[in-house]
Design a protein around this ligand. Structure first.
Ligand SMILES: Cc1ncc(C[n+]2csc(CCOP(=O)(O)OP(=O)(O)O)c2C)c(N)n1
Ligand code: SF4
Ligand SMILES: [Mg+2]
Length: 423
């Protein structure tokens, strides 16, 4: 039998699994609240409970283990429609892995309900203990009984600021309780306790859920607090980031004949990324399509600094560069970082500072003393040199970019012009 929310009656769990009860009563509760399936966004986690997606007629999102609450939080942040309901499923294992995400969503009181499927172990991977496994409970990693007490998830989430937290046993018809929680505003979390027949029941024979719950020291109940929820739809609609970008008008000519991949590389702190940006932006106002990617060590102030640029008259579909058509190298750090790429060049051009020994390459090698204007200006100088030598962009276009960005006073343009006049 199918329902508005479920497209099959055969849910994919082992016989007797508590996840089955939670899934059916979740959908029943949403139905009771008159939700249309497409007004519901179900976010599921990795784990047995998460394999429900294919059976649901709602929107579904399935992410990395422990991250379903983070995904739900992202959806909640962006949700402008108060009639949409976000329900997040997560297991006790996912809760252990992503506990901070739960606390953050509770702290911000985001509109969403988290349904924790606490079967006291990692079901999908063979019954290992999780951070919610109670003391004394047998799992495949604690055959003598878990020596530690589990987290009190409801207490933690309540303390973090959730509008509602509750703990119930997954027995009987829990749909009314779930509906009550789904109807609340702000962040709600309901922890549903169950035993996985395939591992939990086998490893803990003759122990009833009731007894396990009582011994766990984590009481059933509801914990609430009055707090304003975060309402995305009350805020102004924000523009998307792309719409804020200025429209670039072509103002200069380029003599680029075919797509060009270019590596600009030198040392950190020597203006390499700024210089590469000048090429890219000058190319944009010269009517070209451009991609630019920067790379440098995590310790950003030392070592190499490299930019990879693609220029083309057509749309650029792939921005990776294995062997560049051209390379501009202004320091030993830049050379060391790109030596293999330069050696692999079978054609094209290598523009390299004259203090450096060019590697073996079939590219045309042009040397110039870029560091003559000071190490900090080497990369900027090399960009003007590149423009003069290739005509792919004009020096006028570069000056225009500098002017547009208000950097005219900051860069030694007079010195550069003087140095260029003798090239
Ligand atoms: C970051 C990460 N760690 C470990 C795993 C392996 N893994 C997949 S499912 C699972 C157990 C899931 O347990 P739980 O979240 O309690 O869900 P259940 O299967 O019990 O419903 C684990 C550890 C993973 N996928 N990702
Ligand atoms: S292994 Fe356990 S948790 Fe997973 S579906 Fe089977 S009974 Fe349910
Ligand atoms: Mg579990």
């Amino acid at each position: 039998m199918t329902t508005a929310f479920l497209n099959t009656d055969a849910l994919p769990y082992c016989k007797g699994c508590g996840h089955d009860l939670i899934a059916r009563h979740t959908t029943k509760a949403l139905d009771k609240l008159n939700y249309d399936p497409l007004d519901v966004i179900m976010v599921t986690d990795i784990g047995c409970h998460g394999i429900i997606d294919k059976c649901l007629n709602t929107h579904t999102v399935h992410g990395l283990h422990g991250r379903s609450v983070a995904l739900g939080a992202g959806i909640s942040f962006g949700n402008m429609d108060p009639n949409k309901k976000i329900v997040v499923f997560i297991g006790d294992g996912g809760t252990t892995i992503g506990l901070q995400h739960i606390l953050e969503a509770a702290r911000l009181n985001l509109n969403m309900t988290v349904v924790v499927h606490n079967n006291y172990l990692y079901g999908m991977t063979g019954g290992q203990s999780s951070g919610l496994t109670p003391q004394g409970f047998n799992t495949t990693t604690s055959a003598e009984g878990n020596p530690f007490s589990g987290y009190d998830l409801c207490a933690l989430t309540h303390a973090a600021g959730a509008a509602y937290t509750g703990r119930i046993m997954g027995i009987g018809d829990i749909s009314d309780k779930l509906a009550e929680v789904f109807a609340l505003k702000g962040f709600s979390l309901i922890e549903v306790l169950e035993i996985c027949p395939s591992y939990g029941v086998k490893l803990n024979p003759r122990r009833k859920l009731q007894e396990i719950v009582e011994k766990s020291g984590k009481p059933l109940g509801d914990w609430t607090q009055e707090r304003e929820p975060f309402e995305a739809h009350q805020g102004k609609k924000t523009d998307d980031l792309l719409s804020r970008l200025p429209i670039v008008k072509k103002a200069f000519n380029s003599y680029l004949k075919k797509p060009l991949s270019l590596v600009v590389s030198g040392s950190a702190g020597e203006g390499v990324q700024l210089a590469a940006g000048l090429i890219s932006k000058a190319a944009l106002i010269s009517g070209l399509h451009v991609t630019q990617k920067g790379s440098y060590p995590v310790t950003v102030g030392v070592g190499f600094s490299t930019a990879e640029i693609n220029l083309s008259n057509e749309h650029i579909r792939f921005h990776g560069i294995n062997v560049p058509d051209m390379a501009i190298i202004t320091s030993a750090d830049g050379l060391a970082h790109n030596r293999k790429k330069i050696e692999a060049m079978k054609e094209g051009m290598l523009i390299i500072d004259s203090s450096l020994t060019a590697p073996q390459t079939e590219a045309e090698v042009i040397q110039h003393d870029f560091r003559a204007l000071g190490a900090r200006n080497a990369a900027i100088f090399s960009v003007f040199f590149f423009a003069l030598k290739t005509g792919i962009i004009s020096t006028e276009a570069i000056f225009k970019v500098i002017e547009n960005e208000g950097k005219t006073e900051k860069l030694p343009l007079a010195k550069i012009k003087e140095a260029l006049s003798v090239i």
